[in-house]
Design a protein around this ligand. Structure first.
Ligand code: DQA
Length: 142
């Protein structure tokens, strides 16, 4: 059975009320529920973690080595500058799909760079909540 951890970074707890034109109307709980249903249907185990704190995300990535095969990570703003999260991914050789609701490449120039993408399996961006589902479907098929 594949074991997958979904990590949501800072401000993603506000989904549903935060900048709806960019991030959509769906709450984080609803996104997680949809992913849980897809995982169940495919007999995979899935868990969820959200934090606004960089060090907590680093610790989760480190701890994931023992328990999970893959991570789906939306690092929020940490995408663009967290060398600590990048080093955690490399340090434990985590297999990560980076996801973003918005198309970060079509937004402000500071969002166009991901310091994490080079240590991830790949990146899925711009499909709203479906970015997460597409990442999960890829990992289930992998
Ligand atoms: C985001 C994009 C980031 O640039 C931003 O800081 C977020 C959300 C996304 O899912 O589109 O918090 O990761």
């Amino acid at each position: 059975m594949k074991k997958i951890l979904v990590i949501h970074g800072p401000n993603l707890n506000l989904l549903g009320s935060r900048e709806k034109k960019i991030y959509g109307q769906t709450t984080l709980a609803a996104i997680n529920a949809e992913l849980a249903a897809v995982a169940k249907k495919n007999k995979a185990a899935i868990e969820f973690f959200q934090s606004n704190i960089e060090g907590e995300i680093v610790s989760q990535i480190q701890a994931s080595r023992q328990k999970f095969d893959y991570l789906i990570l939306n690092p929020g703003a940490y995408t663009h500058y967290s060398i600590a999260i990048r080093d955690a991914i490399s340090g434990v050789k985590a297999k990560v799909v980076e996801v973003h609701l918005s198309n970060i490449h079509a937004r402000e120039s500071f969002r166009r760079e991901s310091v994490l993408a080079p240590v991830c399996l790949g990146q899925i961006v711009g499909f709203g909540k479906d970015s997460y589902r597409l990442a999960l479907e890829y990992l289930l098929a992998r």
